[in-house]
Ligand binder design. Structure first.
Ligand SMILES: [Zn+2]
Length: 324
């Protein structure tokens, strides 16, 4: 992302259904699904900060006259729910929905992580400032200056955050039946987190996946790599043609096959190495080259943003820790 680019690109994907695709950025935002129901709008995910949610709210006025009635959070990560507070502030009757597992994770983990971000922000900013002062190459300097500006703006927002926790929580599945729309919310097992929520629009043959499926190398730091593939196999059982991903461009079922293949092959490869007694360093040496022919190109569509070779290293650490 370069300075001055809009935060989101809004796109219509079905009658009354839009997606705000977040521009890749140092301080990442998630994508938001915007679903008109005939009785209010249902929003899926609210970004990393209130100012980003406000951009969506502003744009909504051009898209629909319906007020927002529901905000769904797919999981407990900061970049998917820290903009929540904007919705009850703008639409007094809004309900924020997730499942029991994710709400619990927000209470137990996210609130602490918000305090961690407030605490670690100044050091992150100091480091970016030092890197900028040391950098000579103009493109690198421009990138660092922009990252620094994002870090400073984020710290100011996270300090003032009024975290809006979900007001409704479901177990298993919740089906919402509205005049013009049917929306099913499902928990299909552990994957990117313990509580990943999928939103399925059966008539439009569309699913919103959160970060259980994204367009670049997944983050597994809070994930369950051994369960992930099975959860995605259950997702494959649903009837849909289009996926609105947590990050990156919408995709079809063929991307789900590639993405699941990566997760399953990674787990298998690490397991095999561990069975032969390989150390973590050896696994990190060998497995990327083993998986590269099948996956490196597919996961490199965003160029130098979140490169696969870097992502797979932290993925291996997580898989190694869970299988050994
Ligand atoms: Zn996430």
């Amino acid at each position: 992302m370069t300075q001055g680019q809009p935060l989101f690109e809004f796109r219509k994907v079905a009658d009354g259904v839009h997606v705000a695709v977040a521009t890749p950025a140092y301080k990442v935002n998630c994508n938001t699904a915007i679903i008109e129901t005939g009785d209010g709008v249902l929003i899926v995910d609210s970004h990393s900060k209130p100012s980003a949610a406000r951009v969506v709210v502003q744009q909504l006025r051009d898209i629909t006259r319906e007020p927002v009635r529901y905000v769904v959070n797919t999981h407990f990560h900061w970049d998917h729910w820290q903009g929540n507070e904007v919705y009850p502030a703008t639409y007094p009757n809004v309900e924020i929905i997730t499942n029991d597992i994710t709400r619990e994770a927000m209470v137990r983990k996210s609130l602490k992580r918000i305090r961690d971000h407030v605490r670690s922000g100044p050091a992150e900013i100091a480091k970016l400032r030092a890197d900028l002062a040391a950098a000579t190459e103009p493109d690198r300097r421009a990138e660092l200056a922009w990252n620094l500006q994002q870090a400073e703006a984020y710290l100011a927002e996270v300090r003032a955050l009024q975290p809006a926790l979900p007001t409704m929580a479901f177990a298993g599945s919740l089906r919402i039946f509205k005049r013009d729309r049917e929306v099913h919310l499902h928990h299909l097992g552990r994957a990117h987190t313990e509580g990943d929520v999928f939103a399925h629009l059966p008539k439009e043959k569309l699913v919103v996946t959160g970060d259980a499926v994204i367009a670049w190398t997944p983050f597994m730091g809070d994930g369950y790599p051994e369960d992930w593939g099975g959860t995605l196999r259950r997702l494959e059982q649903l009837d849909f043609d289009l996926m609105l991903l947590g990050h990156g461009e919408p995709a079809g079922r063929e991307w789900l096959a590639v993405f699941r293949g990566y997760v399953e092959d990674l787990v298998d490869a690490v397991r095999q190495e561990v069975a032969t007694g390989a150390t973590l360093d050896e696994v990190k040496q060998r497995v990327p080259d083993r998986l590269a022919p099948a996956y490196e190109q597919a996961f490199s569509k965003y160029g130098t943003y979140r490169p696969w070779r870097t992502g797979i290293q932290t993925n291996i650490e997580r898989v190694f820790a869970t299988v050994s």
